[in-house]
Write a protein that binds this ligand. Structure first.
Ligand SMILES: [Zn+2]
Length: 274
């Protein structure tokens, strides 16, 4: 019995000793450390990736987020996306958007992911500075106009026709506040139907009132006075749209567009009568 107990005690002691040895304090401390972002396998893979200059920034940036799985995907994606080359001379795109090659002047194919604001190097907001639009538009047409590629391949002629038409469209859209507002809503995935029937009784009453005033105005002075009033209302609703869009209140933004559409039409009628 006593020998059995001795055996049991020694077995338990050795078990305890083995346990205390197999889970040593350094190992316990080590465990959580390996779970901190960039453990051994990852940091080694990162350091090899970081030798590639183009990846370095994204890897360093992403490591700070502490996401190991996403950092790998992000790093490999960023290198694939950055490669954009000229179809004709293979020169790398020197700027964004890449509509025309700086090296061989070939017109590039249309990239639909580039929006109108990017074409003009503008931030995607409603309150843009429209003063420089025309000069930038002329600059693009000097590079993209179909007449400039009349001796080139059919492929490039087609590219030039499409790019040039798109730049014209972009210019006309961004220049006019109402069209710009509608385009922004489209980009937000909230397209506005400008032909939607007006159901707001307040607005309907106002439409009647202004139409009557325009019809009854007998001289240009009276018309110009109405024009000024309508212009002011248009500006107020334009400001309301800008505020609503910033707050991402799309319903209110759509209401503003409907009002702007109406005032634009009244202004057109006044100009015809003047
Ligand atoms: Zn080129």
């Amino acid at each position: 019995m006593s020998s059995n107990r001795k055996l049991l005690i020694s077995a338990l002691r050795s078990l305890n000793r083995r346990n205390s040895l197999s889970i040593p304090p350094p190992s316990l401390e080590f465990q959580p450390k390996t779970q901190i972002p960039c453990d051994f396998p990852d940091s080694s893979s990162h350091s090899s990736e970081e030798t590639r200059v183009s990846r370095a920034f994204h890897c360093v940036y992403d490591r700070s987020l502490g996401s190991r799985t996403s950092s790998r995907g992000f790093c490999s994606e960023s290198t694939e996306r950055s490669v954009e080359r000229c179809w004709n001379c293979s020169a790398a795109a020197e700027s964004t958007p890449f509509l025309s090659c700086g090296a061989c002047r070939s017109v590039q194919s249309v990239d639909r992911s580039v929006d109108y604001f990017q074409i003009f190097g503008l931030e995607k907001t409603y309150d843009i500075q429209t003063e420089n639009l025309e000069s930038k538009y002329k600059d693009w047409q000097k590079k993209l106009h179909p007449d400039l590629v009349h001796s080139k391949s059919e492929k490039e002629k087609a590219y030039a026709a499409e790019q040039s038409a798109r730049v014209i469209d972009a210019y006309r859209t961004l220049r006019k506040p109402l069209l710009r507002a509608m385009y922004l809503m489209q980009l937000e995935g909230e397209p506005v139907d400008e032909e939607q029937t007006v159901s707001d009784p307040e607005l309907l009453a106002e439409i009647m009132e202004v139409r009557e005033a325009v019809e009854e105005a007998y001289d240009s002075q009276a018309l110009k006075q109405i024009q000024m009033q309508v212009q002011r209302k248009l500006e107020n609703w334009s400001n309301s749209f800008g505020t609503a869009l910033k707050k991402r209140e799309f319903e209110s933004a759509a209401t503003s567009i409907q009002r702007m559409t109406y005032y634009e039409r009244v202004l057109e009628e006044i100009v015809k009568k003047l």
